[in-house]
Ligand binder design. Structure first.
Ligand code: MN
Length: 172
């Protein structure tokens, strides 16, 4: 099986969040993480499913223009390959996907677990949970989001991505 791509994009939309995307069947399955991923084993991060994205979106870094859905700066916070533990399609359908990441910031075991939807909720939410392994950090140690906030492809901060776009506009 060839390597599947994964990407985490930091997205300064109306609210800053991180989009966690896993390549599967020719698309990027995507979840929005309001608090971002964690390397602390067992720490649960809410993951709201969002629409599938095209594979080539994994390399997107720039600014989504004002007036468009998700307007704001996007940077590639992490990228690499991932491997499902078992059949990914069946696992997603069953609401529990265990996987291994090989990224520049996120590595090792993790899982996505679908929560039971409450009757009043319109959308299903998932939890992204780091597994206990050599890459896991103990609770209370430094937060990977704070420690390594920059783009892995351009080493820019989200403010620089945003400002670069403003620069382009002002030269138009
Ligand atoms: Mn987003």
């Amino acid at each position: 099986m060839t390597d599947l791509a994964f990407v985490v994009q930091k997205h300064a939309a109306r609210r800053l969040h991180y989009d966690f995307r896993l390549e599967l069947d020719g698309v990027l399955k995507s979840w929005a993480l309001a608090r971002g991923p964690s390397l602390v084993a067992g720490e649960r991060r809410l993951a709201v499913p969002v629409e599938d994205h095209r594979l080539d979106y994994a390399g997107f870094e720039g600014v989504i223009p004002a007036g468009s859905y998700g307007a704001g700066a996007v940077l590639v916070w992490d990228r690499g390959s991932w491997k499902p533990d078992g059949d990914a399609v069946a696992s997603l359908a069953a609401g529990s996907l265990r996987f291994y990441l090989h990224g520049e910031k996120l590595t090792g075991a993790g899982r996505l677990v679908r929560m039971k939807a409450k009757r009043e909720e319109h959308r299903t939410t998932w939890l992204l949970i780091k597994g206990l392994d050599a890459a896991a950090r103990p609770r209370g140690t430094s937060d990977i989001l704070v420690e390594q906030p920059l783009s892995v492809i351009s080493t820019r901060a989200i403010e620089e991505v945003s400002a670069a776009d403003d620069g382009l506009r002002s030269r138009e």
